[in-house]
Design a binder for this molecule. Sequence first.
Ligand SMILES: [Fe+2]
Length: 147
Amino acid sequence: MLSTDLTSLPWSSEISVGHPALDGLNKDVFDLLAVIESTVHRDDAESIVGQFSQLFSTLSHALDVEEKLLGACDYPELECHITIHDQVRSYVHAWKRSLGAGHNHAHLIRTARRIHAEVTSWLIQHIQGVDALYRPYMVTHSPLTAI
Ligand SMILES: [Fe+2]
């Protein structure tokens, strides 16, 4: 969570969590990270706050849907998974505060770079580390449609 590199990775099937709706939501998050990366490279501070707002809404929706699907298939580690999601929900509150703190242009761009790196790092580590644990369970137990 400390890197300030601004690199968006495309979603790929290698990080599939085993459910098409969740993969689609994760892909949406990666796509929005790529949009923000482009915005920062253009030095377009005016668009950044709105794009992060959209990113956080999409991420929050993805977490909610994932929890509902895990609950629907009686995933035994659901409570632990929700606790981990709650950690990033607290990060989202902090990220929103940072973005809304009335920065000047240069500070906002620096803040955007930092938050982009932190979201990207959290997302990749979470999908590859924690979400990967439920993938075999999701493949065999989940409903096919999103809840
Ligand atoms: Fe998750």
